[in-house]
Design a binder for this molecule. Sequence first.
Ligand code: NAD
Ligand code: G6P
Ligand code: MN
Length: 444
Amino acid sequence: MSDKKFNVVIAGGGSTYTPGIVKMMLQHTDIFPLESITLYDNDAERQSILGEALEIVIREDAPEIKFSYTTDPEKAFSNKDFCMAHIRVGKYAMRKLDEQIPLKYGVVGQETCGPGGIAYGMRSITGMLEIIDYMDKYSPSCWMLNYSNPAAIVAEACRVLRPNSKVINICDMPVGTRRRMSYIVGKKYEDLDVRYFGLNHFGWWTSVKDIHTGEDYLPKLLEYVSKNGYLTQKAIDTQHMDASWQATHRKAADLMKVEPKFLPNTYLKYYLYPDYVVEHSDINHTRADEVIEGREKTVFDAAKEIVKKGTATGGEFEVDNHAEFIVSLARALAFNTHEIMLCIVENKGSIENFDDDAMVEVPCIVGHNGPEPLSQGKIPNFERGLMYEQVSVEKLVVEAYIEKSYLKLLQAISLSKMVPSVDVAQKILDDLIIANKEFWPELH
Ligand code: NAD
Ligand code: G6P
Ligand code: MN
């Protein structure tokens, strides 16, 4: 290993995930050495609350690492090796509308799935192109590890609009679920060797084995999950622990009724049980409200506390263990470790009976060349049919964005599995256009 130390910019510096990721990077400097960390956001006020607090954290924990926060793209993106991107265009105020507007018409209202995810996608593409272009201009050899959502639509937009930019789109859901699987079989996360296919927030594990002995854990997991979902006894990490997330983990049991051979991604509940999801939603208190009252309040209160006391020795910010995979990915790219990780990549034959140009989520070998997908063979008709419908929705959104086409966006929403008719799709779309006036291209 060389003695190179890396310069990292976190785009979306004001994100609720920023402190946890910074703390986690500080814990892993032995495997991913750091020269500097810079926060970048387009909301100076929001970012400065976390920036001031993290300045104190780094001064106390790792004074050798340079730290700054800025809203100036040139300062933020110059001389960088990695950009960790987690922006939320429109912030929680718009997430709330993404969730409420479909619900008004009896349709699932969700951050990344269905019409809410489509609306968010139309906003995210602009924000993502902006930061990708800053990166390409100021640090052309920098890698962007993007987990800004909706990752499936963002990934398709990158494929079409910025095919040469070094952007890797990733998701933490399979990481969190795999951690749950490891508890179920009494092993560590690293002990599992998994195979998986699908789209982002839309996939299945086909194999889970012991990486050392080859022992097949799939039968035990299938039995457990078909009864309990991914609920486990042990408290696991800070993410995905709220009551609504626990209900989602439990619901995975029902997802197996229609596919008992594979282990499902929890997000499939929005596609396979939309009526149940709507019944269990409260339009006056959606997930955005839960996050505003929960994670956002906790993180920003902790930051204010650190600044007030002038020290972070009280353990105000928690390490986001969950985000360890981001360091693993950066390390794999930097040191050519050839670690196998799930990434969202162009299919190119990895799923044999699926379109080459679809952005799929599959295990990839990651090294200097970026992620190289492993072959997952042929997939069954049931999954393939669902995936065709969903990937077409995602492609239509990107086409609608590029062509500024009302019709294409209406097609995207109408095609979404959770929307019952064109009539409902049109009502939702017309409300979304008004709500997103400031963010979407004007459609005609
Ligand atoms: P948040 O609202 O707390 O933070 C997002 C930050 O992005 C805000 O500070 C906002 O000002 C900033 N921002 C918005 N537009 C920007 C732009 N154009 N340029 C620079 N900064 C911009 O949101 P959060 O809940 O912490 O989530 C952050 C993002 O991470 C979301 O997109 C979320 O969906 C995503 N996320 C993805 C995964 C995954 O599995 N891929 C996991 C967790 C979170
Ligand atoms: C999982 C998904 C992310 C999503 C997040 C939402 O981690 O993989 O893509 O953004 O859940 O969590 P929240 O707590 O904001 O509802
Ligand atoms: Mn995700």
